[in-house]
Design a protein around this ligand. Structure first.
Ligand code: NAP
Length: 308
């Protein structure tokens, strides 16, 4: 016998990679009685309709959130405040308002003031994604064996938190509860700074005058192409991440710059031991990530060989 639904109606505000993946995973697991999707552009609505992962699609926020037990903001973080304000008077009493944004302190700051009494705000962040975007990019397995971090503020209804926890577990995730500020610090080093480094190195290579763009592309398999995958991530989403996690990103960038200067010095002074010791430690971290099931040990990051 299959498990009962967790929510009668879920409204996804935004039907891009994350929103559409949630819909696919909800359908796979029979988690919601009705999946409603909202997006502001007609063209995206039509594309979502063509893929067919929602029971209803709307260009009206009020219609999408009407009678929903769970409303999930799945648009760029910079849009959350306005959307929360606009939907506030249409939310059902007892509903949970959540999100999937990559930063959390700013979500509490922007969304909490608009959440009416009797509605539970529980911010969330699934640590899963790809560099693809849009309604065609989603797939049901995106959250399988990945972590989802919930960041409820003090005093949040414990039953509502448990229900959202069950929801994410049924989507395939492991769930951890964390303070929003700590979340932002952890993600600054595990996700935001790595993206900034990728954007930066790809930009630097593109601006070089002594090495041509043709050469950069031709010889990219030497390491560069792995940065380009990350640097192809959605510009709007990532602009909003950096504008909304400024403090934590700047703190981690400070540490990063200090360590980079130490490496620069080691190279200048021929300190091979320093380089070797660091590279040995980092190799062990890669091993731990594979052991924890967060990546594949297959050669070349599991890239399949193209047949000619
Ligand atoms: P996406 O594929 O680009 O989809 C974004 C969605 O938001 C689209 O449906 C888009 O609709 C809609 N949207 C954009 N601006 C809007 C506005 N002003 N008002 C209403 N809707 C708007 O993005 P995504 O990767 O799913 O990311 C969504 C959220 O998930 C972000 O907050 C991001 O931080 C978070 N997240 C992303 C990842 C990842 O790896 N991608 C991982 C974890 C969390 P239109 O096409 O109609 O504009």
């Amino acid at each position: 016998m299959s498990a009962p639904t967790v929510f009668d109606k879920v409204a996804l505000i935004g039907v891009g990679l994350i929103g559409s993946s949630m819909a696919h995973a909800m359908r796979r697991g029979g988690i919601a009685g009705h999946i409603a999707g909202y997006t502001h552009r007609k063209e995206t609505l039509e594309r979502a309709r063509a893929v067919g992962f929602a029971d209803s699609l709307h260009d009206s926020l009020a219609a999408a959130v009407k009678d929903a037990d769970l409303v999930v903001l799945a648009t760029p973080v910079g849009t959350f405040g306005e959307l929360a304000k606009e939907m506030a008077s249409h939310l059902k009493q007892g509903a949970i308002v959540s999100d999937v944004g990559s930063v959390k302190t700013a979500v509490v700051r922007d969304v909490a003031p608009h959440v009416p009494q009797g509605v539970h705000l529980i911010p969330a962040h699934p640590i899963a994604g790809t560099e693809q975007s849009g309604p065609e990019a989603g797939f049901a397995e995106l959250f399988d064996n990945r972590w989802c971090i919930l960041t409820p503020v003090a005093g949040t209804d414990a039953h509502a938190v448990e229900t959202l926890k069950t929801f994410w577990q049924r989507l395939g995730s492991n769930v951890e509860v964390m303070d929003p500020k700590h979340h932002d610090l952890v993600l600054a080093i595990t996700s935001h700074v790595p993206h900034l480094i990728a954007y930066n190195i790809v930009g630097t290579a593109a601006d070089l005058e002594t090495v041509t763009e043709g050469e950069v592309i031709k010889f990219s398999a030497g390491g560069f192409r792995d940065f380009t995958r990350i640097a192809a991530s959605d510009p709007t989403m990532w602009r909003d991440v950096f504008l909304n996690n400024r403090e934590a990103v700047l703190e981690m960038l400070g540490r990063f710059n200090e360590d980079l200067s130490a490496l620069q010095r080691a190279i200048r002074w021929g300190d091979g031991d320093m380089l070797f010791n660091l590279f040995t430690r980092t190799r062990a971290i890669r091993r731990s990530i594979i052991d924890a099931g967060q990546d594949t040990a297959d050669a070349n990051f599991g890239r399949t060989k193209k047949t000619p």
